[in-house]
Design a protein around this ligand. Structure first.
Ligand code: NIG
Ligand code: FE
Length: 417
């Protein structure tokens, strides 16, 4: 018999129970909070969530009881956009940006993504797993239990496979759940500068078939941007990925209005990510094709920009908004969803409730995991966090501090403080 545990004495159980679909409009503010609720877990799954008295009456002698002491119980965060496998760090570029250089200037002189590509190509699989475990620990202790994880710092067949294998190992060896995405089109490697189409062909004819054959990714992503992949090239790569059965995501309109959101609509992508420069036409294209926008305010903040994506217009247009960290060594070196919640509220004028929906249930739907993750409901995975606050609004309000007191993934304790 699977072991049971009960969480009792919560000030709020933020269940996010509701319709089985991504939340849009006013539904983003409906967190379905139980003021005096409790939860019963059996093995890896949630057995029930309900009133404290009702749950307590079902506690048996072998059940482990966790007294939350009037703290908040919530689902683990689902971080739907990360680049968590890389070698080296880029604190030097951070310093250069602090002295006035821009992200694009640094990239144009061979830094940026290409500098991480050089380091990652020189790293072994075990080097990458070792570095990745450190970051997995950061995600878990900040209350994130699932991440989408992109490759993209290899840009050769072998190095992209190495990164995706590291992601698989990290999924197996840590308590964090990884949803893998192939991002071989993250940049044109320097050796292909004068032969762009040859690199696009390599991605389509050699990388994608191997990635699909070895089942190393569920999604394919492309960095569609001026100076990186054009909309035509992105279309070619994403269409090929679809033929291999992969879901589609796209880095769209991050640094310029490059047509990425429109493309995401045309291709019915699962998500269009970044969208700092997306205009009303792009927003309409996302709406028409039910594409979920994944907004990444951490990268805007860390690049020292003021151009946050138009979250309010997107919510008003009826989009099922997601927020995520974009954890990576360049534009967004943070694993903290709490930081992202704070930025979403202060810089993008989302309400705390909207930000919570966008970082849990909506993020889960954007990864095709809406039936399994993202809310505290009977039958879902027991991925949950007890935060050391008494009201969920304190999560973005008290910023610069992490709040988890206990973090559980699939019913197992993975962090305690
Ligand atoms: O999402 N925009 C492209 N990729 C990452 C940055 C990667 C890097 O700077 O290493 C992003 O911001
Ligand atoms: Fe990214």
């Amino acid at each position: 018999m699977a072991e049971t545990l009960a969480v009792i004495n919560c000030s709020q159980v933020v269940t996010l129970a509701g319709a089985h679909r991504p939340r849009a409009g006013g539904d983003l503010r409906q967190l379905a909070i139980l003021e005096d609720g409790a939860m019963l877990v059996r093995g890896e799954y949630i057995e029930d969530v309900g009133r404290r008295r009702e749950i307590e009456s079902r506690i048996t002698p072998h059940c482990e009881v966790i007294d939350a002491q009037r703290r908040v119980l919530m689902p683990g965060f689902v971080d739907a956009h990360t680049h968590p496998v890389f070698a080296g760090i880029r604190a030097n570029e951070f310093e250069q940006r602090a002295s006035g250089a821009t992200y694009r200037e640094i990239a144009a002189r061979g830094g940026g993504i290409r500098s991480t590509v050089r380091a990652t190509r020189n790293a072994s699989l075990s080097d990458l797993i070792k570095a990745g475990k450190r970051y997995a620990d950061w995600f878990l202790r900040t209350g994130t239990t699932t991440i989408e994880a992109k490759s993209g710092y290899g840009l050769t067949l072998d190095d992209e496979l190495k990164i995706l294998r590291a992601i698989k190992e990290l999924n197996d060896q840590t308590a964090l759940r990884y949803v893998p995405t192939f991002l071989g089109a993250h940049d044109i490697p320097s050796e292909y500068q004068s032969r762009r189409q040859t690199y696009v062909n390599l991605v389509i004819n050699e990388m994608l078939p191997r990635v699909a054959e070895e089942k190393l990714a569920e999604y394919c992503d492309v960095f569609c941007e001026e100076d990186v992949f054009t909309t035509d090239e992105s279309w070619e790569i994403l269409s090929a990925a679809r033929c291999h059965g992969l879901g589609l995501r796209v880095h769209a309109d991050q640094l310029t209005l490059s047509g990425g959101a429109k493309l995401a609509g045309e291709l019915n992508c699962a998500t269009a990510d970044h969208l700092e420069h997306t205009d009303p036409t792009g927003i309409a294209a996302l709406k028409a094709a039910s594409v979920q926008p994944v907004l990444l305010p951490g990268s805007v903040y860390a690049l020292g920009s003021k151009q946050y994506p138009a979250a309010r217009q997107m919510i008003d247009a009826g989009l099922a908004v997601v927020i995520a960290t974009d954890f990576n060594p360049g534009s967004s070196p943070t694993p903290s969803m709490t930081m992202v919640l704070s930025l979403a509220c202060t810089q993008m004028k989302m309400t705390p409730a909207e930000a919570i929906s966008a970082s849990t249930i909506n993020a889960a739907y954007s990864l095709g995991r809406g039936d399994e993750l993202g809310s505290l409901e009977k039958g879902k995975r027991a991925d949950f966090v007890i935060h050391d606050v008494s009201d969920y609004r304190e999560l973005p309000y008290f910023f610069g501090i992490e709040h988890p007191w206990r973090v559980y993934a699939s019913g197992k304790l993975t962090f305690a403080c």
